[in-house]
Design a protein around this ligand. Structure first.
Ligand code: CP
Ligand code: NVA
Length: 306
């Protein structure tokens, strides 16, 4: 079996992303019809940051696939007392068929993957949230064709969700419009990578500081927390991002049938208002549900014999 990790969105090829999304849709349509983890498969799911959706959706998804999950907070393991990531990878690889981990810097997950001989899956790092984007794309595909559809991403676009939205949506051939102030825009290397991908998929990325310009006629609208896990300077960030709040007034600039996404947890009254979160265009709870289906598909795909 070829060892494949999923540390960032483009660790799948464009065709592989489509394949996983197709499987996710089938798994949703027949939730208990895919005990796909052939043989006794155990998966370690490790958290160095808090989680509700990722924790539950992996745990339940692995059970539904016929596997066994061991969900642990790193603080309760020897990682919390300084055992190295490399040694942890070597040890876990002796027990489990895959390692899912939520951690801080991407150097940590890269180190883990370098020393693991089972697939490693990114359950959120500072840089990327690729499992979330599979669920986001699944949710969009339930309403619109992915290719050619536009998505406005507002607010902090320089962290995990912004980066993953830019790359995963480019892979799907979407037109990404980032609306973010200076200092919160995707790094040049992320935009360069997106441009390479878009040369093949026909997608595009535009970046503007004007939230109305980003929103104008958008088919999908997405945002994320202004103060992510592990960030300190919250007052400053909230002040600098206020203009990008996803509220009714801003949403009025999107397409009439635009859908609203948010990976959750939402900070109601900050990056999104109650009116939008609870409004008729919101698909945020479908999106949360799709974490389950998308991750089941991903794991089944990663662990299949090839
Ligand atoms: N969206 C997401 O990853 O949620 P959790 O932090 O609750 O896992
Ligand atoms: N950007 C957020 C996403 C939470 C799922 C964070 O990292 O806290």
């Amino acid at each position: 079996m070829t060892l494949k990790h999923f540390l960032k969105d483009d660790d799948l090829t464009v065709a592989e992303q489509a394949e996983v999304l197709d499987l996710a849709a089938k798994m949703k349509a027949d939730r208990h019809g895919f005990p796909a983890l052939a043989g006794p498969k155990s998966v370690a799911v490790v958290f160095e940051k808090p989680s509700t959706r990722t924790r539950l959706s992996f745990d339940i998804g692995i059970a539904e696939l016929g596997g066994h999950s061991v969900v642990i907070d790193a603080q309760s393991t020897q990682l919390g007392r300084g055992e190295t990531v490399a040694d942890t990878a070597r040890v876990l690889s002796r027990y489990v068929s895959a390692i899912v981990i939520r951690t801080f810097g991407d150097d940590r997950i890269e180190e883990l993957a370098a020393h693991a001989n089972v697939p490693v899956v990114n359950a959120l790092t500072d840089g990327w949230h690729p499992c979330q984007l599979l669920a986001d794309l699944q949710t969009i595909a339930e309403h619109k064709p992915l290719k050619g559809t536009s998505i406005a991403y507002l607010g902090d676009a320089a962290f995990n969700m912004g980066n993953s939205t830019v790359i995963a949506c480019s892979m799907a051939g979407m037109h990404v419009r980032v609306g973010a102030p200076e200092g919160y825009q995707p790094a040049p290397e992320v935009l360069e990578r997106a441009a390479q991908i878009n040369a093949g998929t026909g997608g595009s990325v535009t970046v503007t500081t004007d939230p109305v310009e980003a929103m104008a006629g958008a088919d999908v609208v997405s945002t994320d927390a202004w103060v992510s896990m592990g960030m300190a300077d919250s007052e400053k960030r909230i002040q600098e991002l206020t203009r990008y709040q996803l509220n009714g007034e801003l949403l009025a600039h999107a397409a009439a049938d635009a859908i609203v996404l948010h990976c959750l947890p939402a900070h109601r009254g900050e990056e999104i208002t109650d009116e939008v979160m609870d409004g008729p265009r919101s698909r945020v709870f479908d999106q949360a549900e799709n974490r389950l289906h998308a991750q089941k598909a991903l794991l089944a795909w990663l662990l299949k014999d090839r």
